[in-house]
Design a protein around this ligand. Structure first.
Ligand SMILES: Nc1nc2c(ncn2[C@@H]2O[C@H](COP(=O)(O)OP(=O)(O)O)[C@@H](O)[C@H]2O)c(=O)[nH]1
Ligand SMILES: [Mg+2]
Length: 310
């Protein structure tokens, strides 16, 4: 049995820069192990909100390569960086996560860089539950910059994009030929657009297609900039960070706080649903008699549920 002050001790170690303690904290939060609630409370108190930059796009567009380039550039500027690589695709995601690790390998010995991968498979409540907690842990560890790489598919990815202050959408030449519906979703979430693999043909067309589409839809106060990169050659990295910084300045302290307020509310809703979900599991286990009656068809599920809740 851990001593009562264990959560505080672990969080103190995390805020003090202990990377192994951070890894342990992340595992406890992801697995919702005993004491996770107390850890969250302590992490919340210790967390200093960082500017969170999301990097998203289809598999293979070069997100990890770009992220690795950004990490290198930020390290040269003396900034500490945490990377959360989130892959909502399952069960075929092993390769992508492995790719992320390989891509960022050169930073493993750097104390100022921390890389964590996460797959949705096996996570209780999915990524919408796990990722915000992981980000909180990284903020408790006091990193100057937090980058979140997510694969651009479906609802998970939109939810995770909501966890970022600035969303960088990575596309490649030829993207303009894609399906209209897929375009719409990704256009809405992007604050900065990157056309990567600029060493390939069709860059100019993709940029002008994109520019035309962005001019139609976006809110008037921020027209997302489009940056072309060749991430594999570390070309265009500084320009990407310049666009991110411009967006941060555009948001300003009030814009950032507005996003954080929305996130806190969303987090509360998720936490309430999660608390009830856990309570439901306990109820079902406690009321084996009622469960058996429903299973046998003697009692209908709805009145059984009402009886349990009451
Ligand atoms: N030709 C070219 N290949 C690139 C570029 N950036 C990344 N790649 C390659 O594209 C592949 C996928 O990159 P990765 O960063 O893993 O993509 P992710 O799935 O979006 O994270 C790798 O083989 C990279 O080396 C680029 O600018 N030009
Ligand atoms: Mg990747």
């Amino acid at each position: 049995v851990p001593p009562p002050n264990a959560p505080r001790d672990l969080i103190d170690a995390v805020t003090g820069g202990d990377r192994r303690a951070l890894a342990r904290l992340l595992s406890s939060l992801e697995d919702q192990r005993d004491g996770a609630d107390a850890l969250l409370t302590a992490a919340f108190a210790a967390a200093v909100p960082a500017h969170r930059v999301g990097v998203t796009g289809a598999p293979g567009t070069g997100k990890s390569t770009l992220t690795d380039g950004l990490v290198a550039a930020l390290r040269r500027a003396g900034r500490s960086v945490a990377v959360l690589a989130v892959d909502p695709t399952s069960p075929f995601s092993g390769g992508a996560i492995l790719g992320d690790r390989v891509r960022m390998q050169r930073h493993v010995l750097d104390e100022g860089v921390f890389v964590r991968s996460m797959a949705s498979r096996g996570h209780l409540g999915g990524l919408s539950l796990a990722a915000p907690k992981a980000l909180l842990a990284l903020e408790a560890a006091g990193f100057d910059e937090i980058l979140v790489e997510t694969v651009g598919v479906g609802q998970d990815e939109v939810e995770i994009a909501a966890q970022a202050d600035t969303v960088v959408v990575v596309l490649t030449p030829g993207w303009g030929d894609g399906v209209q519906a897929a375009k719409a979703g990704i256009l809405e979430i992007g604050d900065v657009f990157v056309v990567n693999k600029a060493d390939r043909s069709g860059v100019a067309e993709t940029v002008s297609d994109l520019r035309a589409m962005l001019a139609l839809g976006h809110d008037a106060s921020w027209l997302p900039p489009i940056v072309t990169t060749t991430a594999s050659e570390e070309q265009g990295i500084a320009e990407v960070w310049g666009a991110v910084t411009a967006h941060r300045e555009h948001l300003g302290p009030e814009g950032l706080e507005a996003r954080r307020r929305r996130r806190r509310l969303a987090e509360l809703e998720i936490a309430v649903v999660d608390a009830f979900r856990r309570r439901a599991a306990v109820l079902l286990a406690e009321r084996g008699d009622l469960v058996a009656s429903v299973e046998a068809g003697d009692v209908d599920p709805w009145s059984a549920a009402r009886a349990m809740v009451e």
